[in-house]
Design a protein around this ligand. Structure first.
Ligand code: PLP
Length: 384
């Protein structure tokens, strides 16, 4: 038997045919599919603009630059995220300041954000952990009061929605933020191999991001009048371009996003039904104000009720070929953040206590009913 991974891409025949079509065309990097993918993504998210880039990390980096983060500034984020969120802040010279999580949603706690605001704070980077949207209404309010830029790290949350003032709002629509970042890594909702995007409703940010993706180059009617070859570099940009064959793959995947998310929801609901009956397990938060896109299914062990450790459970699941993971080791406990920024264990007690009992179990659209039943049966056997 093969290992059932915790996450896996779904590539079908039509994805492959689309990529082949582009590979046989004249443009394999910046071609027509870049814009087509951007337009479709913006439309899906109900945002004005989308800029696609070479990875989610590149998207975070450019968003932090567009927020004008620089040395001496601070940006607030959660310790329960992939290291890339905090690293992107460090790339700009600014300091990541962590704010502890809400123990039930595992998302950044708005009250903790407020406690961390200083006169150096320039931005907030909430992360929709596992696909469950953060309290964006509240975070947006705090940001406006303190004149801060909000960058949503929605790497887990393409396809998620939340309610605000009686309306359902799509993550990525930037109704409560300046920019939203996505990742198209294979374990995420749709994939381009590597890839990422930023959505925004702000035309200036859109133009700046587009230019930073391509070395900081500008080319428009004004430069063209001076000569068809003329371009100007105004800012120090990067090569963070996404290729045309990746964009066509993303576009093809996007047509199935709705199906991907509903498959994830169905599997998660089955898990919830069974695991919520166990005295040893805590199932993920489900609110009436959010529709999670279920990037992850994180089970939490009630360790004080059990005579096993998380380590034991993790290894026993692995031995039964169930691909488990831990999302995440709190970022502030990484050696780099301890050494360079003086963070230490005990700094964020809720994040640390969550981490001790967390295990992500398999959840991806192509999971079969047999896969699911096998996972459930073995988890119950091991924890009981
Ligand atoms: C995947 C992920 C990223 C980084 O995305 P890459 O495309 O792998 O660079 C950033 N933040 C979070 C929360 C992620 O899960």
């Amino acid at each position: 038997m093969k290992v059932i991974p915790y996450g896996h891409q779904s590539i079908n025949k039509s994805d492959i045919l689309e990529v082949i079509k582009v590979l046989k065309s004249d443009w394999i990097t910046q071609g027509p599919y870049v814009e087509t993918f951007e337009k479709s993504l913006a439309q899906y998210c109900e945002a004005k603009y989308a800029v696609v880039v070479s990875s989610g990390t590149a998207a975070l980096h450019l968003a932090c630059l567009a927020a004008r983060l620089k040395e001496g500034d601070e940006a607030i984020t959660t310790p329960i995220t992939f290291i890339a969120t905090a690293n992107a802040i460090v790339y700009t010279g600014a300091k990541p300041v962590f704010a502890d999580i809400n123990s039930s949603t595992i998302n950044i706690d708005p009250q903790e954000i407020e406690k961390k605001i200083t006169r150096r704070t320039k931005a907030i980077l909430p992360v929709h952990f596992g696909g469950l949207p953060c309290d964006m209404t509240r975070i947006h309010y705090i940001a406006r009061q303190n004149k801060l830029t909000v960058i949503e790290d929605a790497s887990h949350a393409l396809g998620a929605e939340y309610q605000s003032k009686g309306q359902w709002i799509k993550v990525g629509s930037c109704q409560h933020s300046d920019m939203t970042v996505f990742s198209f890594h294979p374990v995420k909702h749709i994939t381009t191999g590597e890839g990422g995007a930023i959505t925004t409703n702000n035309k200036k940010l859109y133009k700046y991001l587009t230019s930073l993706r391509n070395h900081g180059i500008y080319r428009d009617e004004k430069t063209k009048r001076r000569g068809p070859w003329v371009y100007e570099m105004h800012h120090l940009g990067y090569n963070y371009r996404l290729t045309d064959f990746q964009c066509v793959l993303g576009l093809s995947q996007l047509t199935r996003l709705y199906h991907f998310v509903s498959k994830r929801q169905t599997i998660a609901q089955r898990y919830n039904l069974v695991f919520s009956q166990s005295p040893y397990l805590i199932t993920p938060h489900q609110g009436t104000l959010q529709r999670s896109s279920w990037h992850l299914y994180v089970l939490r062990l009630r360790l004080d009720n059990m005579n096993k450790t998380r380590d034991d459970v993790f290894r026993q699941l692995q031995a039964r070929k169930i691909g488990v993971q831990v999302h995440y080791i709190p970022v502030h406990l990484q050696p780099y953040y301890r050494k360079k920024m003086g963070y230490k264990s005990g700094d964020f007690p809720k994040a640390e206590s969550y981490y001790k009992g967390a295990i992500s179990i398999p959840l991806f659209p192509a999971m079969t009913n047999d896969n699911r039943r096998y996972v459930i049966k073995n988890i119950l056997k091991i924890v009981n």
